[in-house]
Structure formats: C-alpha cells, structure tokens
Design a protein around this ligand. Structure first.
Ligand code: FAD
Length: 405
C-alpha cells in the first residue's frame, strides 16, 4: 500500500481519497482552501444525473452557435481570448460536435456515470454521512414541440442502455410534480427520469473528509497551495512543491484540482485542454409547494432542485479566461430567467445565497483520467465539466484501478 497525495478537495478529490483509503492506501488530502468543497463543487445544481451524461459539444449546440456568438442567447456567453489554448480548445470543441462524435462521447460519460452510481450505492451502505441525498427523479421540460420530438432518438438510445427515461405530456408530468401547474414557462413535452438523484456536493465533501480522517486516519493539509511537482532524475515523482512551505515527499499523487489544474500546466501540459465554463446559482429557503422533483428547463438552460430545506436554481454557461472572476450582472440574469417561470425567485430575501463557479471543461466533455505523460507516479483526475458531481466516484474508481496497475 502506498502513501498517496490527492491534490484538490472538491467532489473529485474527496471521492478519490475515499476510494483509495478504502483500498488500504495512506492518503493525504491537500487543498489551497481552508475547507473541502469550496470551489466548483460548492453551489452546483446538485444533480446526480445518471441518465443525463450528454456531452456539451453537440449538433444542437452548433446549430445554436450563431445566436451564441452574436450574444443573443442569455444562457451562453463567450469571452474571446487571444490565447492559443483558447483557439485550440474551440477547434477541438467543434470537432467533437458531429452527431457520431457526440454520441460516442456521451456513451463514455454515461458509462462513467454508471460506475459512479454503483460506487455511491456502496458508499451509502458503508458510511453514515449526510448530504441531503435524495432519489428525487428529474423532469426535463421542453418548450417547443420540435425539440421534444427530436429528444426521442436520444431517449430511445438511453433506454436500450437500461436508463429509464419516459416521454410525457404536461398533464402526466403535473401528476408526478404538482408544482408544475404553476410553472409559467412553455411546456410542449417532458422527459422524466425517475432514477436520477441529488445531493449537496459541498456537504458531501465536508462530511466524507471528516469520515476519512476518523475512520481511515487520512491526513488533511488544508490552506496549502501546490505550485508544482518535483521529480527524480528518472522522471518519477519525488515530492510536491508548495507556494508557502517546504516540499513534501510523496512517490504517488493524484491531481484533482478541477479548474485550478490549468494553472499547473508547466508540469501537467494535459491540463491545458481544460477551459473554465462559468456558471451561477441562487439558493433560497424552500417554500411550501416548491417542486420536489428536479426540473431542467431545456430552453432556458436552468436547473431547479430542492436540496434539504433550500431551493436552488443553477444555470448560465460563460466560456471565460482562467481566473477571470465572475460578473455580478449574471446573477441578475439568472434571477430574471428563474423568476420568469417560478415566481418564488422574484423577490430577493435576506436568506438567499448567490454563488458562481467554473466548470473545468474539456472539448469532448470527457474528463482526463490517466497517468501523467511527463511525471511517473502522478495521475490526473481533472476536467469533469458540467458533470463532476455525477462522475466523481466513478472517476475515483478508474484512478484507483490505474494506480493498482
Ligand atoms: C452552475 C454549475 C452547476 C453545476 N451543476 C452540476 C450538477 O448538477 N451535477 C453535476 O454532476 N455537476 C454539476 N456541475 C459541475 C461540477 O460542480 C464540477 O464538475 C465539479 O465540482 C468539479 O469538481 P472538482 O473536484 O474537479 O473541482 P473543484 O470542486 O473545483 O475542486 C478542486 C479543488 O482543488 C483545489 N485546488 C485547485 N488548485 C489547487 C492548487 N494549486 N493547490 C491546492 N489545491 C488546489 C481547489 O481549492 C478546489 O477545492 C455544475 C457546475 C456549475 C458551475
């Protein structure tokens, strides 16, 4: 059994630490932040989307590209950058959009999601951590008949993979989720996925870290920023370098730094394939009568979820430069879009919380899970994009298998 450092305590890093510790490794979890789950994982839409692993680069998105480029789609924004990595990412994104590539990428993501689902089932038996996990089911609301009809092809394909998805009319969907009766958006049809679940990703990171320290003696090194990796003459990892303290010797490490990974690209050039796609969320206290089933408004690209005693809307996708920060005006855009369909978001309350985070996104939407090309003993578990919460435990399993050889 090895001494393994996991760099990054978001959903991917904490899940990796869990699978490795369970296999008997001695794990040290390192993060620049003072506590786990504060970065991309903190305020996400909470969806464990076992059946919705759709890659972002798709024929649908490409058809929509002119509107996005001209700034006519309120959900998407592109900040053009004079950066070769941005250009390469954009070209590779376009190359992943044709239907066959899109489905191949989606299939890979769905396989990883299935692995996550199995790992989560085991985790729920083995631990007593609480993170508002719930088998909520999900309703995808289609605003126009043409896009609803087009969804059938994908639904049929997913059903052949044993992912239970059903095409419903509005009336049947309202029987499943009565709160839809007061939904003010257009609903031409609904895809229902009863098996999709949800949970609070930040609470998961905190609770699982505590569990790992208590049950497996995991060491945490929080508030410490990693600035690189030191190698021996033979190219093998020998230590992790920090910004503000001396190096620490390790002979094996997993990089799970999410959107922070490209900043380490001098040692890990693979991380240059990741761009931040910024999203926003708004969380309000859960009111009586709020939807309990998760909702996704396909046209507005909004996801609604009841998480414990809170109700959250998440959305927007801004392809920005790394470290560009967030735009406060986008919170207003999110509130306007959400309140146009569900009135509870209209008036800001004192207990509302706003959040923004970067989805670490690859051109294919598939995460990078592999040994580092440059440094032996270093493994990459990065680039989980829109689905890091869903894919975290499956990715952790893959990395553990790679380390086991
Ligand atoms: C608006 C929005 C909604 C989303 N909704 C969903 C959803 O419903 N379902 C879903 O599956 N996914 C969703 N996602 C995506 C998901 O949240 C991300 O894919 C996931 O959080 C990525 O996890 P991570 O662990 O890779 O990154 P992070 O959570 O960002 O963790 C990386 C950690 O590494 C640390 N770190 C970075 N650099 C360094 C360094 N140099 N040294 C030390 N530590 C470092 C950071 O501090 C951070 O804690 C959503 C994302 C957004 C933005």
């Amino acid at each position: 059994m090895a001494d393994i450092a996991v760099v990054g305590a978001g959903v991917v890093g904490v899940s990796t630490a869990y699978v490795l510790a369970r296999e008997g490794h001695r794990v040290t979890l390192i993060d620049a932040a003072g506590e786990p789950g504060t970065c991309a994982s903190a305020g996400n839409a909470a969806q464990l989307s076992w059946a919705y692993g759709d890659a972002m680069a798709s024929p649908t998105l490409i058809r929509h590209l002119p509107a996005i480029v001209l700034g006519r789609d309120p959900a998407f924004r592109i900040s053009w950058q004079a950066d070769p990595d941005f250009l390469i990412w954009g070209l590779r994104f376009l190359a992943n959009a044709p239907a066959a590539r899109w489905w191949a990428n989606t299939r890979t993501i769905l396989d990883l999601a299935a692995a996550s689902r199995r790992e989560l089932a085991a985790l729920l038996v083995e631990t007593d951590i609480s993170f508002d996990y719930r088998l909520a089911g999900k309703l995808h609301l289609y605003g126009d008949a043409a896009s609803f009809r087009a969804a059938r092809v994908t639904v049929d394909r997913k059903n052949t993979l044993d992912l239970d998805q059903r095409m419903l009319n509005r009336e049947t969907a309202e029987e499943i989720e009565p709160a839809l009766r007061r939904y003010q958006g257009e609903i031409a049809g609904v895809v229902y996925t009863p098996g999709d679940a949800l949970g609070d990703a930040a609470a998961y990171c905190r609770a699982l870290t505590t569990h790992l320290v208590r049950e497996y003696g995991m060491i945490t090194l929080l508030g410490r920023r990693v600035c690189g990796f030191r190698t021996a003459k033979n190219g093998r990892l020998c230590a992790i370098r920090f910004l503000d303290r001396e190096d620490i010797a390790f002979d094996c490490a997993v990089l799970a730094a999410g959107p922070g990974a490209p900043l380490l690209s001098h040692d890990v050039p693979e991380a240059r394939a990741i761009r931040p796609v910024r999203g926003y969320s708004l969380t309000i206290p859960l009111a009586v009568g709020a939807p309990r089933v998760s909702l996704t408004d396909v046209k507005r690209k909004l996801a609604f979820a009841a998480i414990g005693n809170r109700f959250r809307v998440a959305g927007l996708a801004d392809i920005t430069a790394a470290g560009a920060g967030f735009d406060t005006g986008r919170f207003d855009a999110l509130r306007t879009a959400a309140s146009s369909v569900l009135p509870e978001f209209q008036v800001a309350g004192p207990d509302d919380t706003i959040w923004s985070g970067e989805r670490p996104t690859t051109p294919s939407s598939k995460p990078i899970i592999r040994p580092s090309r440059r440094i032996r003993g270093l493994y990459l578990n990065i680039g989980h994009g829109m689905l890091g919460w869903t894919l975290a435990l499956g990715s952790a399993r893959r990395v553990a298998d790679l380390i086991a050889g």
